[in-house]
Design a protein. Structure first.
Length: 509
Protein backbone atom coordinates (compact mmCIF):
# COMPACT_ATOMS: atom_id res chain seq x y z
CA UNK A 1 0.00 0.00 0.00
CA UNK A 2 1.25 3.50 -0.86
CA UNK A 3 0.75 6.37 1.56
CA UNK A 4 0.49 9.71 -0.25
CA UNK A 5 0.90 12.94 1.67
CA UNK A 6 -1.28 15.90 0.63
CA UNK A 7 -0.25 19.21 2.21
CA UNK A 8 -2.72 21.97 3.07
CA UNK A 9 -1.77 24.04 0.01
CA UNK A 10 -1.96 21.10 -2.41
CA UNK A 11 -5.72 20.90 -2.87
CA UNK A 12 -5.51 20.47 -6.64
CA UNK A 13 -8.28 18.06 -7.56
CA UNK A 14 -7.10 18.01 -11.18
CA UNK A 15 -3.80 16.38 -10.17
CA UNK A 16 -3.21 12.93 -11.75
CA UNK A 17 -3.07 11.42 -8.24
CA UNK A 18 -6.80 11.95 -7.89
CA UNK A 19 -7.97 10.69 -11.28
CA UNK A 20 -9.05 7.24 -10.12
CA UNK A 21 -9.47 5.74 -6.63
CA UNK A 22 -7.24 2.79 -5.82
CA UNK A 23 -7.48 0.35 -2.90
CA UNK A 24 -3.66 0.36 -2.85
CA UNK A 25 -3.41 4.07 -2.10
CA UNK A 26 -4.26 6.00 1.07
CA UNK A 27 -4.06 9.79 1.13
CA UNK A 28 -2.78 11.33 4.35
CA UNK A 29 -3.76 14.85 5.34
CA UNK A 30 -2.94 16.44 8.66
CA UNK A 31 -3.51 19.56 10.75
CA UNK A 32 -0.36 20.03 12.82
CA UNK A 33 1.09 22.42 15.37
CA UNK A 34 4.22 22.49 13.27
CA UNK A 35 2.22 24.55 10.76
CA UNK A 36 -0.01 26.56 13.11
CA UNK A 37 2.99 27.67 15.17
CA UNK A 38 5.85 28.49 12.74
CA UNK A 39 4.45 32.05 12.58
CA UNK A 40 1.73 33.84 14.49
CA UNK A 41 -1.05 33.52 11.93
CA UNK A 42 -4.30 35.37 11.47
CA UNK A 43 -7.12 33.20 12.82
CA UNK A 44 -8.97 33.40 9.48
CA UNK A 45 -5.91 32.04 7.73
CA UNK A 46 -5.69 28.90 9.87
CA UNK A 47 -9.47 28.43 9.81
CA UNK A 48 -9.55 28.77 6.02
CA UNK A 49 -6.70 26.28 5.58
CA UNK A 50 -8.28 23.68 7.85
CA UNK A 51 -11.78 24.19 6.42
CA UNK A 52 -10.41 23.80 2.89
CA UNK A 53 -8.41 20.69 3.86
CA UNK A 54 -11.41 19.07 5.55
CA UNK A 55 -13.65 19.79 2.57
CA UNK A 56 -11.01 18.42 0.19
CA UNK A 57 -10.66 15.21 2.24
CA UNK A 58 -14.45 14.83 2.19
CA UNK A 59 -14.49 15.25 -1.61
CA UNK A 60 -11.80 12.60 -2.02
CA UNK A 61 -13.78 10.18 0.15
CA UNK A 62 -16.96 10.87 -1.83
CA UNK A 63 -15.02 9.96 -4.95
CA UNK A 64 -14.04 6.62 -3.41
CA UNK A 65 -10.47 7.43 -2.36
CA UNK A 66 -9.09 6.19 0.94
CA UNK A 67 -8.20 9.08 3.22
CA UNK A 68 -6.58 9.25 6.64
CA UNK A 69 -7.22 12.72 8.06
CA UNK A 70 -5.60 13.87 11.30
CA UNK A 71 -7.34 16.72 13.11
CA UNK A 72 -5.31 19.03 15.28
CA UNK A 73 -6.87 17.68 18.46
CA UNK A 74 -6.74 13.96 17.58
CA UNK A 75 -5.04 11.99 20.36
CA UNK A 76 -2.71 10.17 17.95
CA UNK A 77 -1.58 13.37 16.19
CA UNK A 78 2.18 13.80 16.73
CA UNK A 79 1.88 17.48 15.55
CA UNK A 80 4.86 17.14 13.23
CA UNK A 81 4.75 16.08 9.58
CA UNK A 82 7.59 13.51 9.52
CA UNK A 83 6.52 12.02 12.87
CA UNK A 84 2.94 11.58 11.63
CA UNK A 85 4.15 10.17 8.31
CA UNK A 86 6.15 7.50 10.14
CA UNK A 87 3.43 6.57 12.60
CA UNK A 88 0.59 6.47 10.06
CA UNK A 89 2.73 4.53 7.59
CA UNK A 90 3.37 1.91 10.30
CA UNK A 91 -0.28 1.86 11.35
CA UNK A 92 -1.50 1.44 7.75
CA UNK A 93 1.19 -1.07 6.80
CA UNK A 94 2.44 1.14 3.97
CA UNK A 95 5.29 -0.16 1.85
CA UNK A 96 5.91 3.15 0.06
CA UNK A 97 5.48 6.86 0.79
CA UNK A 98 4.93 9.56 -1.80
CA UNK A 99 4.53 13.32 -1.57
CA UNK A 100 3.95 16.24 -3.91
CA UNK A 101 6.83 18.67 -4.12
CA UNK A 102 6.11 21.43 -1.59
CA UNK A 103 6.24 25.10 -2.59
CA UNK A 104 8.12 26.11 0.52
CA UNK A 105 11.82 25.55 1.00
CA UNK A 106 11.25 24.73 4.68
CA UNK A 107 8.92 21.82 3.88
CA UNK A 108 10.90 20.73 0.85
CA UNK A 109 13.98 20.39 3.02
CA UNK A 110 12.10 18.63 5.80
CA UNK A 111 10.53 16.07 3.46
CA UNK A 112 13.81 15.44 1.64
CA UNK A 113 15.47 14.71 4.98
CA UNK A 114 12.60 12.44 5.92
CA UNK A 115 12.87 10.58 2.61
CA UNK A 116 16.59 10.01 3.18
CA UNK A 117 16.14 8.75 6.71
CA UNK A 118 13.09 6.50 6.46
CA UNK A 119 13.48 2.82 5.71
CA UNK A 120 10.53 2.89 3.30
CA UNK A 121 11.01 3.81 -0.36
CA UNK A 122 9.91 7.43 -0.93
CA UNK A 123 9.00 9.30 -4.08
CA UNK A 124 8.08 12.90 -4.92
CA UNK A 125 5.96 14.19 -7.79
CA UNK A 126 5.29 17.66 -9.15
CA UNK A 127 2.17 19.42 -7.87
CA UNK A 128 1.22 20.26 -11.46
CA UNK A 129 0.06 23.70 -10.42
CA UNK A 130 2.47 26.24 -11.83
CA UNK A 131 3.12 27.36 -15.39
CA UNK A 132 6.89 27.23 -14.91
CA UNK A 133 9.36 24.79 -13.41
CA UNK A 134 11.10 25.75 -10.18
CA UNK A 135 14.33 26.69 -11.93
CA UNK A 136 13.02 28.34 -15.13
CA UNK A 137 13.50 31.92 -13.92
CA UNK A 138 16.98 31.18 -12.63
CA UNK A 139 17.97 29.65 -15.96
CA UNK A 140 16.49 32.54 -17.92
CA UNK A 141 18.52 35.11 -16.00
CA UNK A 142 21.67 33.04 -15.43
CA UNK A 143 24.66 35.30 -14.79
CA UNK A 144 22.54 38.45 -14.31
CA UNK A 145 22.43 40.39 -11.02
CA UNK A 146 18.97 41.72 -11.73
CA UNK A 147 15.96 39.89 -13.07
CA UNK A 148 13.50 41.67 -15.31
CA UNK A 149 9.87 40.74 -14.77
CA UNK A 150 8.82 42.38 -18.02
CA UNK A 151 11.06 40.14 -20.08
CA UNK A 152 9.84 37.04 -18.26
CA UNK A 153 6.20 38.12 -18.66
CA UNK A 154 6.49 38.64 -22.41
CA UNK A 155 8.05 35.21 -22.80
CA UNK A 156 5.18 33.71 -20.80
CA UNK A 157 2.62 35.45 -22.99
CA UNK A 158 4.24 33.98 -26.08
CA UNK A 159 4.85 30.54 -24.60
CA UNK A 160 1.28 30.10 -23.35
CA UNK A 161 -0.33 32.07 -26.17
CA UNK A 162 -2.11 34.44 -23.81
CA UNK A 163 -3.52 37.72 -25.18
CA UNK A 164 -1.60 37.16 -28.42
CA UNK A 165 -2.66 37.73 -32.03
CA UNK A 166 -0.51 36.44 -34.89
CA UNK A 167 2.55 36.30 -32.66
CA UNK A 168 2.10 39.91 -31.47
CA UNK A 169 0.55 41.20 -28.24
CA UNK A 170 -3.17 41.78 -28.63
CA UNK A 171 -3.89 45.46 -29.20
CA UNK A 172 -0.25 46.05 -30.21
CA UNK A 173 1.08 46.66 -26.70
CA UNK A 174 2.39 44.46 -23.91
CA UNK A 175 1.59 46.85 -21.13
CA UNK A 176 -1.32 49.16 -20.33
CA UNK A 177 0.00 50.63 -17.09
CA UNK A 178 -0.35 54.16 -18.44
CA UNK A 179 -4.15 53.82 -18.73
CA UNK A 180 -4.39 52.11 -15.36
CA UNK A 181 -3.70 53.21 -11.82
CA UNK A 182 -6.15 55.99 -11.13
CA UNK A 183 -7.43 57.26 -7.81
CA UNK A 184 -10.97 55.99 -7.08
CA UNK A 185 -13.55 58.60 -6.16
CA UNK A 186 -16.59 56.32 -6.10
CA UNK A 187 -17.50 57.02 -9.75
CA UNK A 188 -18.25 53.29 -10.20
CA UNK A 189 -19.57 51.39 -7.21
CA UNK A 190 -17.03 48.88 -5.86
CA UNK A 191 -18.51 45.38 -5.64
CA UNK A 192 -17.26 44.75 -2.08
CA UNK A 193 -16.06 41.45 -0.64
CA UNK A 194 -17.18 37.92 -1.43
CA UNK A 195 -20.68 36.72 -0.59
CA UNK A 196 -19.31 33.38 0.62
CA UNK A 197 -20.18 32.42 4.18
CA UNK A 198 -18.82 29.19 5.68
CA UNK A 199 -19.45 28.12 9.25
CA UNK A 200 -16.06 27.36 10.84
CA UNK A 201 -17.12 27.60 14.49
CA UNK A 202 -15.86 24.05 15.17
CA UNK A 203 -12.40 24.92 13.86
CA UNK A 204 -12.26 28.26 15.70
CA UNK A 205 -13.19 26.62 18.99
CA UNK A 206 -10.69 23.79 18.42
CA UNK A 207 -7.95 26.41 17.89
CA UNK A 208 -8.96 28.16 21.08
CA UNK A 209 -9.05 24.94 23.12
CA UNK A 210 -5.72 23.84 21.74
CA UNK A 211 -4.13 27.15 22.74
CA UNK A 212 -3.00 28.12 19.25
CA UNK A 213 -1.76 31.71 19.37
CA UNK A 214 -3.42 33.69 16.58
CA UNK A 215 -4.02 37.32 15.65
CA UNK A 216 -6.92 39.18 14.08
CA UNK A 217 -10.68 38.80 14.11
CA UNK A 218 -13.05 36.19 12.77
CA UNK A 219 -16.78 35.83 12.32
CA UNK A 220 -16.64 32.07 12.65
CA UNK A 221 -20.25 31.63 11.49
CA UNK A 222 -19.46 33.26 8.21
CA UNK A 223 -15.92 32.90 6.88
CA UNK A 224 -15.83 34.88 3.65
CA UNK A 225 -12.97 33.06 1.90
CA UNK A 226 -13.49 30.27 -0.66
CA UNK A 227 -12.70 26.91 0.93
CA UNK A 228 -14.05 24.52 -1.71
CA UNK A 229 -13.46 24.36 -5.42
CA UNK A 230 -17.13 25.20 -5.98
CA UNK A 231 -16.80 28.35 -3.89
CA UNK A 232 -13.56 29.28 -5.62
CA UNK A 233 -15.21 28.97 -9.04
CA UNK A 234 -18.15 31.00 -7.76
CA UNK A 235 -15.78 33.71 -6.56
CA UNK A 236 -13.95 33.71 -9.90
CA UNK A 237 -17.26 34.14 -11.75
CA UNK A 238 -18.31 37.00 -9.46
CA UNK A 239 -15.00 38.75 -9.93
CA UNK A 240 -15.21 38.44 -13.71
CA UNK A 241 -18.77 39.71 -13.76
CA UNK A 242 -18.50 42.63 -11.37
CA UNK A 243 -14.90 43.72 -10.83
CA UNK A 244 -12.75 42.72 -13.82
CA UNK A 245 -14.30 45.38 -16.10
CA UNK A 246 -12.66 47.97 -13.81
CA UNK A 247 -9.68 46.07 -12.39
CA UNK A 248 -6.85 47.85 -14.17
CA UNK A 249 -8.21 51.37 -13.83
CA UNK A 250 -8.27 51.23 -10.04
CA UNK A 251 -5.77 48.49 -9.27
CA UNK A 252 -3.51 50.91 -7.38
CA UNK A 253 -6.26 52.96 -5.73
CA UNK A 254 -6.85 52.86 -1.97
CA UNK A 255 -9.97 53.99 -0.16
CA UNK A 256 -11.39 54.24 3.33
CA UNK A 257 -14.73 53.37 1.70
CA UNK A 258 -13.77 49.96 0.34
CA UNK A 259 -11.06 47.59 1.55
CA UNK A 260 -11.39 45.39 -1.55
CA UNK A 261 -12.20 47.81 -4.39
CA UNK A 262 -12.00 45.87 -7.67
CA UNK A 263 -9.56 43.16 -6.57
CA UNK A 264 -10.27 39.48 -7.14
CA UNK A 265 -9.73 38.06 -3.61
CA UNK A 266 -8.53 34.91 -5.35
CA UNK A 267 -5.04 34.65 -3.87
CA UNK A 268 -6.01 32.14 -1.16
CA UNK A 269 -7.85 29.90 -3.64
CA UNK A 270 -4.89 30.09 -6.03
CA UNK A 271 -2.26 29.50 -3.37
CA UNK A 272 -3.94 26.39 -1.91
CA UNK A 273 -4.56 25.22 -5.50
CA UNK A 274 -8.35 25.19 -5.47
CA UNK A 275 -7.92 27.12 -8.72
CA UNK A 276 -5.30 26.58 -11.40
CA UNK A 277 -3.63 29.79 -12.54
CA UNK A 278 -4.30 28.99 -16.19
CA UNK A 279 -8.03 28.58 -15.68
CA UNK A 280 -8.15 32.02 -14.03
CA UNK A 281 -6.08 33.54 -16.86
CA UNK A 282 -8.23 31.94 -19.56
CA UNK A 283 -11.45 33.01 -17.84
CA UNK A 284 -10.22 36.63 -17.91
CA UNK A 285 -8.95 36.39 -21.48
CA UNK A 286 -12.19 34.77 -22.71
CA UNK A 287 -14.30 37.54 -21.25
CA UNK A 288 -12.30 40.08 -23.23
CA UNK A 289 -12.49 38.00 -26.44
CA UNK A 290 -16.26 37.47 -26.03
CA UNK A 291 -17.14 41.00 -25.03
CA UNK A 292 -14.33 43.46 -25.76
CA UNK A 293 -16.64 46.44 -25.30
CA UNK A 294 -17.27 45.52 -21.65
CA UNK A 295 -13.85 44.05 -20.84
CA UNK A 296 -11.25 46.51 -22.08
CA UNK A 297 -7.80 45.16 -22.82
CA UNK A 298 -6.13 47.43 -20.20
CA UNK A 299 -8.34 45.90 -17.50
CA UNK A 300 -7.77 42.31 -18.54
CA UNK A 301 -4.06 42.63 -19.33
CA UNK A 302 -3.51 44.34 -15.95
CA UNK A 303 -5.07 41.36 -14.19
CA UNK A 304 -3.40 38.64 -16.25
CA UNK A 305 0.02 40.26 -15.75
CA UNK A 306 -0.33 39.69 -11.98
CA UNK A 307 -0.82 35.95 -12.34
CA UNK A 308 1.06 34.99 -15.50
CA UNK A 309 3.81 37.50 -14.73
CA UNK A 310 4.33 38.43 -11.11
CA UNK A 311 3.10 35.24 -9.45
CA UNK A 312 5.21 32.86 -11.53
CA UNK A 313 8.19 35.22 -11.52
CA UNK A 314 8.20 35.52 -7.72
CA UNK A 315 8.15 31.76 -7.41
CA UNK A 316 11.14 31.58 -9.73
CA UNK A 317 13.05 34.16 -7.68
CA UNK A 318 12.29 32.12 -4.57
CA UNK A 319 13.72 28.89 -5.95
CA UNK A 320 16.71 30.71 -7.45
CA UNK A 321 17.71 32.28 -4.13
CA UNK A 322 16.54 30.18 -1.21
CA UNK A 323 17.69 29.59 1.45
CA UNK A 324 20.04 32.66 1.39
CA UNK A 325 17.12 34.93 0.48
CA UNK A 326 15.58 34.56 3.94
CA UNK A 327 18.72 36.04 5.53
CA UNK A 328 19.22 39.01 3.22
CA UNK A 329 19.30 42.49 4.75
CA UNK A 330 21.10 44.60 2.16
CA UNK A 331 20.30 47.90 3.86
CA UNK A 332 21.27 46.69 7.32
CA UNK A 333 17.92 47.63 8.86
CA UNK A 334 17.49 46.59 12.48
CA UNK A 335 14.68 48.52 14.21
CA UNK A 336 11.84 46.67 15.93
CA UNK A 337 8.40 46.60 14.32
CA UNK A 338 6.20 49.07 16.25
CA UNK A 339 3.40 47.52 18.31
CA UNK A 340 0.73 49.33 16.26
CA UNK A 341 1.30 46.82 13.47
CA UNK A 342 -0.56 44.38 15.73
CA UNK A 343 -3.21 46.75 17.05
CA UNK A 344 -3.76 49.43 14.36
CA UNK A 345 -3.54 52.03 17.13
CA UNK A 346 -1.72 54.81 15.35
CA UNK A 347 -2.52 58.38 14.42
CA UNK A 348 -1.38 57.81 10.82
CA UNK A 349 -4.66 57.36 8.98
CA UNK A 350 -3.20 55.37 6.07
CA UNK A 351 -1.50 52.93 8.44
CA UNK A 352 -4.55 52.69 10.72
CA UNK A 353 -6.88 51.84 7.84
CA UNK A 354 -4.53 49.36 6.22
CA UNK A 355 -3.67 47.56 9.45
CA UNK A 356 -7.19 47.52 10.85
CA UNK A 357 -8.64 46.06 7.65
CA UNK A 358 -5.84 43.47 7.69
CA UNK A 359 -6.77 42.46 11.23
CA UNK A 360 -10.46 42.45 10.31
CA UNK A 361 -10.29 40.62 6.98
CA UNK A 362 -6.78 39.07 6.80
CA UNK A 363 -6.55 41.11 3.62
CA UNK A 364 -5.05 44.25 2.18
CA UNK A 365 -4.47 44.68 -1.52
CA UNK A 366 -1.11 44.97 -3.20
CA UNK A 367 -0.64 48.74 -3.03
CA UNK A 368 -1.68 48.91 0.61
CA UNK A 369 0.91 46.21 1.41
CA UNK A 370 3.59 47.85 -0.72
CA UNK A 371 3.07 51.60 -0.44
CA UNK A 372 1.58 51.96 3.03
CA UNK A 373 2.78 49.34 5.54
CA UNK A 374 5.77 48.20 3.48
CA UNK A 375 6.77 51.77 2.62
CA UNK A 376 6.59 52.78 6.28
CA UNK A 377 8.66 49.79 7.43
CA UNK A 378 11.32 50.49 4.81
CA UNK A 379 11.50 54.23 5.53
CA UNK A 380 11.71 53.52 9.26
CA UNK A 381 14.47 50.93 8.80
CA UNK A 382 12.64 47.99 10.38
CA UNK A 383 14.44 44.65 10.56
CA UNK A 384 13.28 42.63 7.52
CA UNK A 385 12.94 39.50 9.70
CA UNK A 386 10.28 41.26 11.72
CA UNK A 387 8.58 42.64 8.64
CA UNK A 388 8.55 39.19 7.06
CA UNK A 389 7.05 37.48 10.04
CA UNK A 390 4.26 40.08 10.24
CA UNK A 391 3.36 39.64 6.56
CA UNK A 392 3.68 35.86 6.83
CA UNK A 393 1.19 35.82 9.68
CA UNK A 394 -1.42 38.38 8.85
CA UNK A 395 -2.54 37.71 5.29
CA UNK A 396 -4.92 34.97 4.21
CA UNK A 397 -2.69 34.20 1.20
CA UNK A 398 0.67 34.28 2.98
CA UNK A 399 2.79 31.30 2.05
CA UNK A 400 6.52 31.84 2.19
CA UNK A 401 7.39 31.47 -1.51
CA UNK A 402 5.18 34.41 -2.44
CA UNK A 403 5.27 36.32 0.85
CA UNK A 404 9.05 36.56 1.24
CA UNK A 405 9.81 37.55 -2.34
CA UNK A 406 7.22 40.31 -2.17
CA UNK A 407 8.16 41.47 1.32
CA UNK A 408 11.91 41.09 1.64
CA UNK A 409 12.43 41.62 -2.07
CA UNK A 410 9.93 43.95 -3.68
CA UNK A 411 8.87 45.85 -0.58
CA UNK A 412 11.96 46.04 1.67
CA UNK A 413 14.79 45.98 -0.93
CA UNK A 414 16.55 43.64 1.50
CA UNK A 415 17.66 41.49 -1.46
CA UNK A 416 19.76 44.41 -2.72
CA UNK A 417 17.77 44.81 -5.93
CA UNK A 418 17.17 41.29 -7.26
CA UNK A 419 13.43 41.92 -7.60
CA UNK A 420 13.26 45.69 -7.96
CA UNK A 421 15.66 48.08 -9.65
CA UNK A 422 14.90 50.69 -6.97
CA UNK A 423 13.23 50.70 -3.56
CA UNK A 424 9.49 51.33 -3.42
CA UNK A 425 9.48 54.39 -1.16
CA UNK A 426 7.32 57.46 -1.25
CA UNK A 427 6.32 60.49 0.78
CA UNK A 428 2.70 61.46 1.53
CA UNK A 429 2.37 62.72 -2.05
CA UNK A 430 1.89 59.28 -3.54
CA UNK A 431 -0.44 58.08 -0.78
CA UNK A 432 -2.56 61.20 -1.17
CA UNK A 433 -2.65 60.86 -4.95
CA UNK A 434 -3.93 57.28 -4.77
CA UNK A 435 -6.24 57.44 -1.73
CA UNK A 436 -8.51 59.48 0.51
CA UNK A 437 -6.49 58.58 3.64
CA UNK A 438 -4.78 61.93 4.18
CA UNK A 439 -8.01 63.90 4.49
CA UNK A 440 -8.87 62.26 7.81
CA UNK A 441 -5.38 62.19 9.27
CA UNK A 442 -4.06 63.93 12.36
CA UNK A 443 -0.87 64.62 10.41
CA UNK A 444 -0.50 67.23 7.70
CA UNK A 445 0.50 65.68 4.40
CA UNK A 446 2.06 68.92 3.20
CA UNK A 447 4.47 69.41 6.09
CA UNK A 448 7.96 67.96 6.42
CA UNK A 449 8.63 69.06 9.97
CA UNK A 450 6.71 70.14 13.03
CA UNK A 451 4.62 68.15 15.50
CA UNK A 452 1.83 67.55 13.00
CA UNK A 453 4.03 66.92 9.95
CA UNK A 454 3.32 63.68 8.07
CA UNK A 455 6.00 61.18 9.19
CA UNK A 456 6.28 59.73 5.68
CA UNK A 457 7.69 63.05 4.42
CA UNK A 458 10.73 63.46 6.64
CA UNK A 459 11.34 59.71 6.82
CA UNK A 460 11.41 59.62 3.03
CA UNK A 461 14.23 62.17 2.79
CA UNK A 462 16.03 60.59 5.74
CA UNK A 463 15.92 57.21 3.99
CA UNK A 464 17.41 58.69 0.80
CA UNK A 465 20.05 60.55 2.76
CA UNK A 466 21.18 57.59 4.85
CA UNK A 467 21.44 55.39 1.76
CA UNK A 468 22.93 58.09 -0.50
CA UNK A 469 26.02 56.04 -1.36
CA UNK A 470 23.92 53.17 -2.59
CA UNK A 471 21.16 55.01 -4.47
CA UNK A 472 22.33 58.42 -5.68
CA UNK A 473 23.93 56.86 -8.75
CA UNK A 474 20.74 54.97 -9.64
CA UNK A 475 19.33 56.73 -12.73
CA UNK A 476 15.78 56.15 -11.47
CA UNK A 477 16.55 57.96 -8.20
CA UNK A 478 19.03 60.65 -9.18
CA UNK A 479 16.24 63.18 -9.76
CA UNK A 480 15.05 62.86 -6.13
CA UNK A 481 18.57 63.50 -4.84
CA UNK A 482 18.69 66.63 -7.01
CA UNK A 483 15.39 67.81 -5.50
CA UNK A 484 16.75 67.32 -1.99
CA UNK A 485 20.05 68.95 -2.75
CA UNK A 486 18.30 72.01 -4.17
CA UNK A 487 16.32 72.53 -0.96
CA UNK A 488 17.30 75.30 1.38
CA UNK A 489 19.97 74.07 3.84
CA UNK A 490 17.82 74.91 6.87
CA UNK A 491 14.87 73.03 5.37
CA UNK A 492 17.07 69.98 4.83
CA UNK A 493 18.40 70.13 8.36
CA UNK A 494 14.93 70.52 9.91
CA UNK A 495 13.56 67.67 7.80
CA UNK A 496 16.33 65.26 8.77
CA UNK A 497 16.06 66.36 12.40
CA UNK A 498 12.31 65.70 12.33
CA UNK A 499 12.93 62.22 10.97
CA UNK A 500 15.37 61.55 13.82
CA UNK A 501 12.68 62.61 16.27
CA UNK A 502 10.13 60.25 14.70
CA UNK A 503 12.62 57.39 14.60
CA UNK A 504 13.29 57.80 18.31
CA UNK A 505 9.58 57.50 19.08
CA UNK A 506 8.10 55.26 16.40
CA UNK A 507 5.74 53.64 18.90
CA UNK A 508 4.06 56.98 19.54
CA UNK A 509 3.22 57.80 15.93
C1 LIG B 1 4.70 43.24 1.02
C2 LIG B 1 3.84 42.33 0.19
C3 LIG B 1 3.54 41.06 0.65
C4 LIG B 1 2.77 40.20 -0.14
N1 LIG B 1 2.51 38.94 0.32
C5 LIG B 1 1.80 38.07 -0.44
C6 LIG B 1 1.53 36.77 0.03
O1 LIG B 1 1.93 36.38 1.11
N2 LIG B 1 0.80 35.93 -0.77
C7 LIG B 1 0.32 36.34 -1.98
O2 LIG B 1 -0.35 35.55 -2.66
N3 LIG B 1 0.58 37.56 -2.45
C8 LIG B 1 1.29 38.45 -1.71
N4 LIG B 1 1.53 39.71 -2.19
C9 LIG B 1 1.09 40.06 -3.54
C10 LIG B 1 -0.31 40.69 -3.62
O3 LIG B 1 -0.39 41.77 -2.72
C11 LIG B 1 -1.43 39.70 -3.32
O4 LIG B 1 -1.28 38.56 -4.15
C12 LIG B 1 -2.79 40.30 -3.62
O5 LIG B 1 -2.97 41.47 -2.87
C13 LIG B 1 -3.88 39.29 -3.29
O6 LIG B 1 -5.15 39.86 -3.42
P1 LIG B 1 -6.10 39.54 -4.67
O7 LIG B 1 -6.27 38.07 -4.79
O8 LIG B 1 -7.33 40.36 -4.48
O9 LIG B 1 -5.22 40.05 -5.85
P2 LIG B 1 -5.53 40.80 -7.24
O10 LIG B 1 -5.08 42.20 -7.12
O11 LIG B 1 -6.92 40.56 -7.67
O12 LIG B 1 -4.51 40.07 -8.23
C14 LIG B 1 -4.81 38.81 -8.83
C15 LIG B 1 -3.83 37.74 -8.44
O13 LIG B 1 -2.55 38.07 -8.94
C16 LIG B 1 -1.56 37.50 -8.09
N5 LIG B 1 -0.64 38.56 -7.68
C17 LIG B 1 -0.86 39.89 -7.70
N6 LIG B 1 0.25 40.56 -7.33
C18 LIG B 1 1.18 39.62 -7.06
C19 LIG B 1 2.53 39.68 -6.63
N7 LIG B 1 3.17 40.84 -6.40
N8 LIG B 1 3.18 38.52 -6.44
C20 LIG B 1 2.57 37.33 -6.65
N9 LIG B 1 1.30 37.22 -7.06
C21 LIG B 1 0.62 38.36 -7.29
C22 LIG B 1 -2.27 36.90 -6.88
O14 LIG B 1 -2.37 35.51 -7.04
C23 LIG B 1 -3.65 37.54 -6.95
O15 LIG B 1 -4.66 36.72 -6.40
C24 LIG B 1 2.29 40.61 -1.40
C25 LIG B 1 2.58 41.90 -1.84
C26 LIG B 1 3.36 42.75 -1.06
C27 LIG B 1 3.68 44.11 -1.58
S1 LIG C 1 -0.85 62.53 6.07
FE1 LIG C 1 0.81 61.06 6.06
S2 LIG C 1 0.36 59.64 7.75
FE2 LIG C 1 -1.50 60.78 7.30
S3 LIG C 1 -2.63 59.49 5.85
FE3 LIG C 1 -1.42 60.92 4.63
S4 LIG C 1 0.48 59.83 4.22
FE4 LIG C 1 -0.53 58.74 5.89
Amino acid sequence: MTLRLVLGDQLHIGHPWFTRPSPDVTFLMMEVRQETDYARHHIQKIAAFFAAMRAFAATLEEQGHRVRYLRLDDADNRQDIPANLSSIAAEAGADRIEYMLPDEYRLDHQLREFAESTSLPCGAVDSGHFLTERKDVENMFAGKTQYLMERFYRDMRRKHDVLMENGEPAGGRWNYDRENRKRWNGEVEAPGGTDLRTDVTDIASMLRHSGVDTMGNIDANALAWPVTRGQALQRLAQFIEHALPHFGTWQDAMSTGSPFLFHSLLSFALNVKLLHPMEVIRAAEDSWRNDPARYGLPQVEGFIRQILGWREYMRGIYWAHMPEYAEMNALGHDRALPAFFWTAETGMSCMRHTISQSLEHAYAHHIQRLMVTGNFALLAGIDPDEVDSWYLGIYIDAIEWVEITNTRGMSQYADGGIVGSKPYVSSANYINRMSDYCGGCRYDRKKRHGDDACPFNSLYWHFLERHRDRFSGNPRMAQMYRVFDRMDAEERRATLQQAETWLAQLEAL
